[in-house]
Design a protein around this ligand. Sequence first.
Ligand code: Q46
Ligand code: ZN
Ligand code: ZN
Length: 318
Amino acid sequence: MKCRQCEAKAVINMRQHKLALCANHYIQWIVTQTQRFIEKYHMFTHQDRILVAVSGGKDSLSLWDILWQLGYLTEGLYIGLGIDGGVNYSSRSHQLCVQFAAQRNLNLISVNVPQTYGMSIPEIAAHTQRGKNKPCSVCGLTKRHIMNQVALEGNFDVLVTGHNLDDEVATLFGNTLNWNVGYLQRQRPLLLDNHPGLVRKAKPLCRFYEREMAAYALVRGIEYIYDECPYAEGSTSIYYKGLLNQLELDRPGAKLSFYLSFLQAKETGFFSKPINLEYGEENVGAGGETLYTCPKCGQPTTAKGLCSFCRMMEKISR
Ligand code: Q46
Ligand code: ZN
Ligand code: ZN
């Protein structure tokens, strides 16, 4: 198959867009599309300082690479979770992030959870008996807290993550199955900093399929960690992704249209009041709940008193 733009051999055929491109034109296409999404959802500008959360995986490193090519002011944030899983997961993923940043002369901020809090993520989960056999809820809570804290302390304007379309659609599918309205209201390409302890968050890759990001990393020669976190195995989101892949196989473009129709439904007032994708209300969570300030860390919480992260940390210091 040939590239739509030139005679070279195509490296990818995107059935949902009816578009086949060669390596050079594919890179150009991804970079230009990303810039379009950044503008469409008013995510950030070239004057903003951007903190890119990187895990060592293909999505987050590709995102950093794209923003770097687009000339944005970026720094990376790597959070070392202290997860080994027999494959040195954390140390290898850290190493790849360090190498990526050094190759492009970019700054990488690293926070090591075991060194900072005295315990790894699996140890905190075992100690606090949260999350049965998996440390994922502790992990998510800790990562959100650290990302927000580093972004605020470093005076960054926005925090960006490498969530791709498959991630967003799996979340959307799960929340729709359970009609989890609060989470559905919160799911957007951009979440505003509508509380003094909260940083603006954006997902510039939310409209790219996972395979498109894998292809991008490959043609750009980005070295990333192929292994998933060992705790990801058997997760509900991976199960949903399998179901949705089956759907996509039969109906190319189904995932993209599911996600885009959802965003459109939000803008036209499918939820009780129309949700503007760009703006939020002061001290009101995206799900409409009142936000209080945690007296210890200053980050928002939906109940008065310590936030969930600080409560968890109090438990492990006892
Ligand atoms: S939550 Fe769970 Fe992931 Fe944390 S423990 Fe691993 S699988 S990394 S996105
Ligand atoms: Zn071409
Ligand atoms: Zn707190």
